[in-house]
Each structure stands twice: as C-alpha cells, then as structure tokens.
Design a protein around this ligand. Structure first.
Ligand code: ZN
Length: 369
C-alpha cells in the first residue's frame, strides 16, 4: 500500500473538505507514491516523534495538529517546526495531519472523548448546515433501479438512521436528437417523448462527484438532464462536539473523578458549582471548545467538557451548565488511541504504533504545604 492509498482511506472517513479554511490538514510532507512501512500516531509531530518513527520502521507520522500550520517560508532549522520538517524529509518520513476534519466527523475527536467519559448515544453537538445537496435527475423507468443502486452505493440517499431514500415521480421527457448526437432512443431530427421518472436524492457535498460518476455510468442517455440544488438543511453527520447521556446520573464530584481518571488529567478546572449537583446529560468538545458554550447549553447538557477555557468563560457560564476544562491534549488523546486501533483493525500489512516519546507540552505544579 502506498502512502497516497492510505491517505485516501483516511480521507474517506474524514474528508479534507470538512476542515476549516484556516486549517492545513492532509499530507504535509512526503510522497503519495511511496510504499507505506508503518504508521506512528501522535497529537503533535516533533523531532523526537520523527526519530521514534525511524527507529520503529514507520515512514508515516499521523498527527492531530498539523506541524506546518501557518506556512513555511524557509527551512533553515531556526524553529522546531523547521527542524521537524527538515528531519522528516531527510529521514524519508512522511507527515500527515488530520485536524479540524477529525474534529468534525461523527466518531471523531469529540466522540472518543465522550466514549471515554461514559457518555452514551452521543450525537453531534453542532450539526453543520450547507453540507447537503438535492440531486434531481431524469431517467427512463427501465433504468431507474440501476440508477438508484448506483447512487446509493456512492453515498446518496442517507438520512439519519435510514438509507436507500429517494423520491420518484413519473412524467414525460422530450428531446430532439440533432446532427452529431448518438441517441439511446429516437430518430435524428424528430422530437421524441419518453416516459421518465424524476428522481430526487439527498447527497452530502463530499459524495457529489462519486455519486454523479457512478450514476452516469449506468444511465442510458448520452446527455443526462439533472440538477444539483444546494440545501440549507442541517446535516447531522458532521460538526463540532458531541452530546449524550451518562450511563447513570452522577454527582459532579464523581464525574470530575471520572474525567481525571479516564483522561489522565492532572489539572481539572471547573466553573463554581455545588459539587453534589447531579449530572445526567453531558456535552464535550475535544481541543479548545470554550467558544461553543452556548451550543452546549442549547443541547440541554448539565456539563460541558472541553479544554483551553479562559477565566471569563468560567465567570460567564449559564447557571444550569458546569464548564469542565480537562486540558486541551487530554481531551484529544482518546481519539489517537481509537484511531490507531481502527487502523490496526483495518490493515494487517503494516505496523501501527502510538508515540511514546511525545511529551505533554504543559506541566502542572502542585503547591506543597
Ligand atoms: Zn487541538
């Protein structure tokens, strides 16, 4: 398998188009046509991690944060980023990052965090809008089923816990084949009328090209009448954060212990609340999610777990919602474990490791006496 083929597998699960405009996810260093020898997973790629990859025989470092983020104008070894890139190139180690696209997918960073905290039936906290299309096309009824199958297999027709959804209405299509045409039916220069079905499918933007390609392969017409229509509808399969219910309601104090224990957090800060207050619904957002507090409140959560919250965020919390800051890296690390496991389960031809040299950039000091 090549690095490019592996990147393709990653991007089928976490499409790059879901990343924010400021982001830089994807293959940052390395060649797509290089054979993949092994994957080393981490939050942040640095020189030590690249060296670890070399010593483990891995030629791909898969990180959550993109090491090249703001752009590089020179590689002179002057900064840690430049040295990491330089070492990666000279060692033949590719660098791939999945950042805000991994934050935005169902089963992504926030879902691993939710699972680690015992949150069940998690759903996306802030479903995206502007990600869905309606595809309308016309097909002779003889070929409707083949078109349906092709569309479904390429990702059309899914809505919530349903698939194979579409709408069909019968009608009459007209066309007149002109010089240069090669019509499936009808005669040159004569207007034809044919019984057709108007089919409508819901298609995520990410699947648009694949759906169109698959359908045009089985559609009999030389020129297919169709239209893509952008929808404002919410898409429940992408967006930041996750929200769900705890296995059983518990006191805030006990939940804080779960956070500390299950995430390995040395320092948890939370907004002033009665520690015996009962939590049953919890929202989470891996990384820096304090800007989404109002979405967490709107989701009906009793607590919101994230990282990097500022003083005034704690101060301004809505009365019914406890803000729990477990640390940026701590909130993202469960996904690295889950992702590595998913890759291991899928591929047996190369090794997958989780970095053991990566150091937490933040230390905490405990006052003595
Ligand atoms: Zn992060």
């Amino acid at each position: 398998m090549t690095i490019g083929e592996f990147a393709h597998w990653l991007e089928a699960r976490a499409p790059l188009r879901l990343q924010e405009s400021y982001d830089n996810s994807g293959l940052l260093v390395g060649r797509r046509d290089s054979p993949l020898t092994g994957v080393l997973c981490c939050l942040d790629a640095d020189e030590a991690v690249v060296q670890e990859a070399v010593s483990r025989g891995c030629n791909l470092v898969l990180s959550h944060h993109p090491v090249i983020f703001k752009g590089l104008k020179q590689i002179t070894g002057a900064t840690a980023v430049e040295r990491t890139v330089e070492l990666a190139i000279s060692s033949g180690v590719a660098l791939y990052a999945g950042h805000t696209n991994w934050d935005s997918i169902q089963g992504g960073v926030s879902f691993s965090l939710a699972k680690r905290l015992g949150i069940r039936d998690a759903k996306i906290m802030m479903p995206r809008t502007g990600e869905l299309l309606s595809w309308v096309l016309y097909v002779p009824s003889s070929h409707a089923e083949a078109v349906e199958r092709a569309a479904y297999s390429a990702g059309a027709g899914r809505s919530g816990a349903y698939d194979e959804c579409h709408f069909a209405s019968p009608g009459t299509g007209t066309f007149r084949p002109l010089q240069g045409s090669n019509p499936y039916a009808g005669q040159l220069g004569v207007q034809s009328r044919s019984a057709e079905l108007r089919l409508e499918f819901l298609v995520p933007k990410a699947a648009k090209e694949a759906v169109q390609k698959a359908v045009l392969l089985v559609h009999p017409y030389e020129v297919v009448a169709h239209s893509w229509i952008a929808l404002e509808n919410q898409w429940d399969e992408a967006g930041y954060g996750a929200v769900g219910n705890l296995q059983k309601p518990m006191e805030l104090n006990d939940f804080l212990q779960v956070c500390a224990q299950n995430l390995g957090s040395d320092c948890i800060r939370y907004s002033r609340s009665d520690s015996s207050r009962i939590l049953s619904r919890v929202a989470v957002c891996g990384g820096s999610g304090a800007e989404f507090i109002s979405a967490a409140a709107a989701s009906g959560a009793d607590a919101y777990v994230t990282g990097d919250a500022k003083y005034h965020a704690f101060q301004d919390m809505p009365k019914d919602l406890v803000l729990i800051d477990v640390g940026h890296g701590e909130s993202e690390r469960p996904f690295i474990d889950d992702w590595a496991e998913a890759i291991r389960l899928e591929f047996t031809t190369f090794a997958v490791h989780i970095s053991t040299t990566e150091n937490h950039p933040v230390s905490t000091y405990k006052r003595h006496g």
